[in-house]
Design a protein around this ligand. Structure first.
Ligand SMILES: Cc1cc2nc3c(=O)[nH]c(=O)nc-3n(C[C@H](O)[C@H](O)[C@H](O)COP(=O)(O)OP(=O)(O)OC[C@H]3O[C@@H](n4cnc5c(N)ncnc54)[C@H](O)[C@@H]3O)c2cc1C
Length: 501
């Protein structure tokens, strides 16, 4: 058996594996599913390529720390093209259109023309986004390994963002949006994040897009996970798929053995769990849960999670005449007992390999809060036929609205796939179907878990749940940090492959 067993082959597990191999450790990834990638995944339906993850990848700007990490794991680089949009979102409210332009002057001009009454707030919004462009996600060293000068350097880089963060730190996205009189600007601010989200995360999102640090790899989610898989294998790593861990046997302070559902077991020297966090605690036992995670699970109002219903439609003609992402308002329709009055459309026209020639594909995103997970869970467990029927009813309702908004698609849409929060839970074990980690609200500061648990000497945690609000960049860096933490524990940090960066 290898020195190191990594349970879970999502982005965090693959990153941990790559850095382990680069640092001279022999590792093996055990993935419960038939493929690696975890939530960063795609699959085929009727000749269409369903990409059920990346809408943007933070870290595409070579001047940001995180870019180096994406480069190390083989995802980004000079020869790896990204799709760069002029705007990432168009909002259409009653036929008035506003855009989240990459060019901040364009945002300012457009919003001032639409809503001169919001002039003061529009100017403050654009300034806040500009100042937030200096934000760095610390990506090279885990927090506890950063020295005085590392912290000073980071603070200096982010000096413009600090006053903005202080000014808006107490507001949710919903509260911040309500400062604007114009409904279309309110929607542009809300965009598609839950309204309980930290207002600051919206500035971050727009800032990263406008400074060229949040684009889409050509080829989407597959390009991320398959490039990581290939890099890991090239470095001599081993992947075992369909290998679902059942539990970890612990003796004293040592994790002794991983037992798998197929009846086999391994006894590695060290273990990294890179699964959903709820799965990690099922494997080791909840008695090992530390105060950090106890607090997160016990206080869903402070640490909410969210999910989506995603519907994919095949379009019988190309969709290149509509924006890559659009939100429009519509007559209400019900999903999990709550009325939705907007439709969020993601168009894949700029990913030419996703559809058969001459065809298009649309993805619809419907945010689901954690309390709505129960609805999907009960429906799936109690009445499978009804679960399917409800999904299809929603898809039909949304289809009517799409046909009204895009008359050119009338009679040309058909349902390809419907994903609910229950799907994420079934396939990946995701807690309440969440596809991010605990999200950040004004009630808590950014939470960063140290990746180790008291009483366990040879287990390190990785995965998006260690750093609010999760997502691909947080998953990635926790994989790297897991190896730095492991080596530090062994007094072998000098072996870390990329220590000079
Ligand atoms: C619809 C959607 C859209 C998204 N959009 C974006 C986006 O635009 N930008 C962005 O940054 N992020 C986005 N994300 C989030 C991103 O995909 C996740 O943050 C990231 O992939 C999480 O990686 P992870 O390694 O932490 O966890 P996971 O991907 O959950 O990986 C955990 C792995 O562990 C495996 N596993 C679970 N239990 C076991 C077990 N018992 N034994 C063995 N293996 C096990 C799972 O099968 C899985 O492969 C999106 C996600 C979804 C679903």
């Amino acid at each position: 058996m290898s020195d190191l067993a990594i349970i879970g082959g999502g982005v965090s597990g693959l990153a941990a594996g790559i850095y382990a191999q680069l640092s001279g450790l022999q590792s093996e990834i055990f993935e419960g599913h038939s493929v690696v990638g975890g939530q960063c995944t795609s699959w085929k339906r009727k000749g269409y390529h369903i990409d059920n993850c990346v809408h943007w990848l933070t870290g595409t700007n070579p001047n940001k720390e995180i870019y180096q990490v994406w480069e190390d794991v083989g995802v980004l680089g000079k020869d790896k093209p990204v799709v760069r949009h002029d705007f990432f979102l168009q909002v259409d409210i009653d036929n008035v259109k506003a855009h989240a332009w990459r060019d901040l002057n364009k945002i300012k001009e457009e919003l001032l023309a639409i809503a001169p009454e919001d002039k003061k707030e529009v100017i403050a919004l654009v300034k806040a986004i500009k100042d937030f462009q200096s934000i760095e996600l610390p990506a090279l060293k885990p927090k506890e390994q950063m020295g005085f000068w590392d912290n000073m350097k980071l603070l200096w880089k982010m000096r413009k963002a600090i006053p903005v963060a202080a000014k808006y730190q107490k507001l949710t996205v919903g509260e911040y949006a309500s400062r604007f009189k114009s409904p279309i600007i309110r929607q542009l601010i809300h965009n598609y994040v839950p309204n309980t989200y930290f207002a600051i995360s919206m500035f971050y999102m727009y800032a990263m897009f406008s400074c060229g640090n949040a684009d889409l790899p050509l080829g989407g989610s597959d390009m991320i996970s398959l490039r990581m898989r290939d890099k890991y294998l090239q470095l001599g790593g081993k992947i075992s798929t369909n290998k679902k861990a059942k539990n970890i046997e612990i003796e004293g302070t040592k994790c002794k053995r991983i037992n798998f559902e197929d009846g086999t077991s391994v006894e590695p020297e060290d273990i990294i769990t890179a699964t959903d966090i709820s799965v990690a605690f099922k494997l080791i036992g909840e008695q090992y849960m530390d105060n950090h995670f106890k607090n997160c699970f016990a206080n869903p109002d402070k640490f909410p999670v969210f999910s989506d219903v995603n519907i994919y439609y095949a379009v019988d003609i190309p969709t290149s005449d509509i924006p890559s992402m659009e939100i429009f308002n519509t007559e209400p329709f019900e999903v999990a007992g709550r009325n939705h009055q907007i439709v969020i459309v993601n168009n894949f026209a700029d990913q030419p390999d996703y559809t058969p020639q001459g065809k298009g594909m649309l993805e619809i995103l419907m945010v689901q809060y954690d309390y709505e997970y129960q609805y999907w869970d009960e429906l799936y467990n109690n009445d499978r036929a009804k679960y399917k029927e409800v999904k299809m009813q929603i898809a039909q309702e949304v289809m009517k609205r799409l046909e009204k908004h895009y008359p050119q698609f009338e009679g040309k849409l058909s349902v390809l796939e419907i994903v609910t929060p229950k799907s994420f839970n079934r396939y990946l074990g995701s807690y309440k179907g969440s596809y991010m980690g605990f999200i950040q609200t004004p009630k808590v500061k950014k939470e960063i878990h140290p990746g180790v648990l008291p009483g366990l000497d040879n287990l390190i945690l990785a995965g998006q749940w260690l750093q609010t609000p999760g997502g691909l960049p947080n998953a990635l860096v926790t994989g790297r940090f897991a190896i730095q933490r492991l080596l530090k524990r062994k007094n072998q940090l000098d072996k870390f492959c990329c220590k000079k960066k």
